[in-house]
Design a protein around this ligand. Structure first.
Ligand SMILES: [Zn+2]
Length: 236
């Protein structure tokens, strides 16, 4: 199978509301790598979407997380618990302590976490608690650094884009000239902007100019954003 990239349209029914996010898959003849995993409880739906997109059904060989937020890491424990073989997990080194239970998740208040966990079947709830507990080994096999190049699907370059979280990364897929922006960018009135200020808090000042200059240097042809603002073709 030739290398390629596929954006998934993951619509999640969360009881009180619907949420759409865009996990992304890059693939080559060695298998596929999943970028982000949606909310807890959606691993099977993600696998179904991957299969529907024509990528042969199997387990991901690796999972890369753009950052620590619950709508990106949520189904990671389920993927790990259900896989027959170990899955390598990548996240930026600055967001790793939150996954390891050394620090509380930045935006997940304990009441919301409790409500989310209560809504899950017992097996998934214990997988979640086990994965992110300080008393179990880290789920992260590979803490990432800025400008690291990962040998997946013809090459993925890590771009540290702190602001939304301290360890937020974007990924640049060289063969397709696609930037997987995670939550680092939003589109407003047809313009690419930095992260939503409401979700950015104290990292805002450090962020602004850095991402704009780096992205304009890359000149991506496509930008995939995690939020429901779909793929955008740039005027490269
Ligand atoms: Zn986020």
């Amino acid at each position: 199978m030739d290398e390629g990239i596929e954006m998934l349209d993951l619509s999640m029914d969360l009881g009180e509301r619907q949420m759409v996010v865009h996990p992304t898959v890059v693939y080559d003849s060695d298998g596929y790598v999943l970028v982000d995993t949606g909310m807890p409880g959606f691993a099977q739906k993600i696998k179904d979407l991957i299969e529907q997109s024509g990528i042969p059904a199997s387990e991901p060989r690796a999972i890369i997380l753009t950052h620590q937020d619950i709508d990106h890491i949520g189904s990671l424990p389920q993927f790990l618990a259900e896989s027959r073989s170990p899955i390598d997990v990548y996240i930026h080194e600055n967001d790793k302590p939150y996954l390891d239970g050394e620090k509380p998740f930045i935006k997940l208040r304990s009441e919301r976490k409790r409500a989310i966990l209560q809504s899950l079947p017992e097996k998934q709830r214990s997988a979640f608690e086990h994965a992110f507990s300080a008393s179990t080994p880290s789920v992260v096999s590979h803490p990432l650094k800025d400008e690291e190049r990962l040998p997946f699907a013809g090459g993925l370059t890590v771009i540290h884009t702190p602001g939304h979280t301290p360890g937020h990364i974007s990924l640049y897929h060289e063969p397709s000239q696609t930037l997987i922006a995670g939550d680092a960018l939003v589109v407003q009135d047809g313009q690419l902007l930095g992260p939503n200020p409401a979700n950015t808090r104290i990292w805002k000042q450090r962020f602004g100019r850095c991402i704009n200059s780096r992205i304009s240097r890359l000149k991506p042809l496509f930008v995939i954003m995690a939020a429901p603002l779909i793929i955008m073709q740039t005027s490269a």
